[in-house]
Ligand binder design. Structure first.
Ligand SMILES: NC(=O)c1ccc[n+]([C@@H]2O[C@H](COP(=O)([O-])OP(=O)(O)OC[C@H]3O[C@@H](n4cnc5c(N)ncnc54)[C@H](OP(=O)(O)O)[C@@H]3O)[C@@H](O)[C@H]2O)c1
Length: 304
């Protein structure tokens, strides 16, 4: 099968398209024909890191070195191990390969029925594989933060870096919970972020929100550029600051929650670029630029 292969750590140019053996599902695994995958900022980080170091850390953290990248996918079950009960061939599924040795930037991927670190759910038939792949780890991260912050109706929420994968989901989810959202992004992305439901959009390149003297119940730094000490005067008493630099968790039930919001069209996938598997290097270059808007998808099977 065709797969993206990272023989070593390095820039996007190290990525190769290789013909590698199609994986075979173990007893508790399913084999998924990947219809659409993505390139996330996490994939770019994995590619960049020193793999020996990552391997040592991985042993402790339970991660494995990933030679085939790709954390997010949507596809169709091709085969199921004898011990699998919830999935059968032909089922449409979506999930992540978090913590697995092989990623989903490939024609096929094997994933456990009960992932230890990632998620796996049935894909709603109303959604395309692209829509499913594009609402995944970024959205789960945004949801994790909003829940941790205890977001409530009427809260004022500031989303810093609102045009990325985490940020674009945070704006929409905060709106879903009834919050009023102020969003920061570059001027060019202001229309996109307004469309997602932000009440106010500030261009962080021309104004510093801290100078306005406004206070927020929740500040979410979706790009990891702020420090808590730098925003404490912009928080209300008891206000909470959350940053993508902290640990999050992938939870199946939360993926189901996000899927329901997608089906009811309260959560839109933000897809601004798509690349074929053969153009994986270009996709990584875009993610490396730090200017990706929303999510970058890699369709592998052409959808009708
Ligand atoms: N994507 C995920 O699934 C995920 C999950 C967990 C954690 N994270 C972490 O979360 C961070 C963001 O990831 P992401 O994928 O959402 O987005 P990203 O691709 O890392 O960032 C893209 C966005 O960042 C904005 N940006 C760049 N420099 C900025 C600055 N100095 N100030 C404010 N905004 C800036 C850009 O918007 P403008 O062009 O409008 O400035 C662009 O839209 C990364 O550190 C990543 O490792 C990501």
């Amino acid at each position: 099968m065709k797969a993206v292969f990272a023989p070593k750590a390095g820039p996007p140019e190290i990525l190769e398209i290789r013909d590698i053996p199609k994986p075979e599902p173990r007893k508790s695994e399913i084999l998924v024909r990947v219809h659409c995958a993505t390139v996330t900022s996490g994939d770019a980080n994995l590619r960049r890191f020193n793999r020996v170091f990552l391997g040592a850390v991985g042993l402790i953290a339970g991660f494995k070195v990933m030679k085939v990248p790709g954390v997010e996918y949507s596809g169709v079950v091709e085969a199921a191990g004898a011990g699998v009960s919830a999935f059968k061939p032909g089922d449409q599924v979506r999930g992540t390969t978090t913590g697995l040795a092989m990623g989903a930037n490939a024609e096929y991927v094997c994933v456990p029925e009960h992932p230890k670190m990632g998620v796996l759910i049935h894909k709603a038939p109303e959604l395309s594989h692209k829509e499913a792949a594009a609402v995944c780890v970024g959205a789960m991260t945004a949801l994790f933060f909003l829940r941790k912050a205890g977001v409530r109706e009427g809260d004022s929420v500031l989303v810093y870096g609102a045009s990325g994968s985490v940020g674009s989901a945070a704006v929409q989810l905060a709106r879903h919970f009834g919050a009023r959202v102020t969003a920061l992004c570059s001027g060019a992305n202001a229309p996109l972020v307004s469309d997602l439901g932000a009440e106010r959009v500030i261009d962080y390149r021309t104004s510093d929100f801290r100078d306005e003297g406004n206070r927020y119940d929740i500040i979410i730094d979706a790009v990891g550029k702020l420090k808590k000490s730098g925003v404490k005067d912009s928080l209300t008493d008891g206000g909470r600051f959350l940053t993508v630099k902290s640990m999050t968790k992938e939870i199946n039930e939360e993926m189901e929650f996000l899927q329901d919001l997608q089906v009811s069209e309260e959560l839109k996938p933000v897809i601004t670029e798509e690349f074929s598997l053969d153009r994986i290097t270009e996709a990584h270059r875009l993610v490396d630029s730090g200017r990706k808007r929303g999510n970058v998808v890699i369709p592998i099977v052409t959808e009708p």
